[in-house]
Design a protein around this ligand. Sequence first.
Ligand SMILES: Nc1nc2c(c(=O)[nH]1)N[C@H]1C(S)=C(S)[C@@H](COP(=O)(O)O)O[C@H]1N2
Ligand SMILES: [Mo]
Length: 429
Amino acid sequence: MPTIQKGMFAYFAEDPEAADKAVFDRESYPDRRGFLRGAGLATMGALLGAAIPFHRNMPAGLIPAALADAELLKGKEGLVLLNDRPINAETPPHLLDSPITTNEHFFVRNNGGIPANTDTDGWELMIDGLVDNPLKLSIANLKEQFEVVKLALVIECAGNGRFFFSPPPGGNQWTYGGVGCAYFTGVRLRDVLNKAGVKKEVVYTANVGADPHLSGDPHRLPISRGLNIEKAMAEDVLLAFEMNDTEIPVLNGRPLRLVVSGWPGSCSQKWLTRIWLRDVVHDGPKMGGTSYRVPRYPVAPGQDVPLEDFEIIERLPVKSLITNPATKSNVSGKSVEVRGHAWSGDRTIKSVDVSIDFGASWTTADLAAPVNFGAWQNWKKTVAFPQAGYYEIWSRATDSEGATQPSAIPWNPKGYLNNAIHRLAVNVA
Ligand SMILES: Nc1nc2c(c(=O)[nH]1)N[C@H]1C(S)=C(S)[C@@H](COP(=O)(O)O)O[C@H]1N2
Ligand SMILES: [Mo]
């Protein structure tokens, strides 16, 4: 029985012949152990709503494609699965239309597996390294010893928009939906760090979660990123134990996660168990090489860039998203209310402009203030179409420092930071 190290999707996309052989070659499964039969087969048939004529060819452990999303994304609604191992799923923009993203609609980006135990009771967070008093805190301790705050915060994967780069960088092919803004309840990381007493040599945090590495090796971490100590001390960086007034979904890091709004989502460590304070820039998995890093200078598409020329991504750039109407939808009537959100790491949004004539002219949308610093800002604008036909609706945000979304951004090797204006197509009847 071959071990499939990658997700089905990645495996089939990269090497369809080898994947096909590994998954479907009957010679590979001489003993047929683990194949569905009897009650299991009947149950599977019932779930799929039909018998499976070729069930004898179905490899053990294969999740029927029709069920893959439902099984892997329990508790999620309408997400598009980008990879099943590790689980990665994005939200179609029209499902991000509400001012605050619901737990069901919040995207999922995993680098490894999911911890077997995600119980609140017994969970321990360790604060150690270069501190005066190392701390071990339960979630109850966090609630008792520190001020509990609730903030709406944006988490966006730095690879959101990767799909649109050419030549295509490897990795999850996020289009628009690797982003969400939810209410997170927790305590400020800085209050906890101050209680531990940060030594003056500290320059970086090292964040550790409980998720297992896909290799199964218990000594390997799938990802361990950090924050420079200035950002770690920012007022809106939370250790969160609730999301939208309820438990954080397991897929989003229950029972404890960091939330670092406006910085690469990878800074928001899920299933958080340890923050280790260091006197060097943290060098955990996905801190080095090309991970969450971009070249210091513009490069040509496909260009090889020496590793020493990459720098760590910090704040994410200004961006907007159109959440109504849905792309490729039919609009009846002469006008539509265009709605969406806009955000910019560590900044606020000054204005959002909308165009229906391929950017020849722009009108300013009504823009709400953020519910708190770190939240995205909702905007809307009713636009009228002069006649029936094909239109593109474009949105472009400008932030408090005057930075505006470009029409396209230069290529980079891993396809990060795509903050090009959002474009969608509608047919006006
Ligand atoms: N422990 C752990 N934390 C993690 C990750 C992970 O794989 N493991 N992925 C990171 C990345 S790359 C992103 S974009 C965000 C996504 O958060 P979400 O899955 O709740 O949407 O979680 C971050 N925190
Ligand atoms: Mo990410």
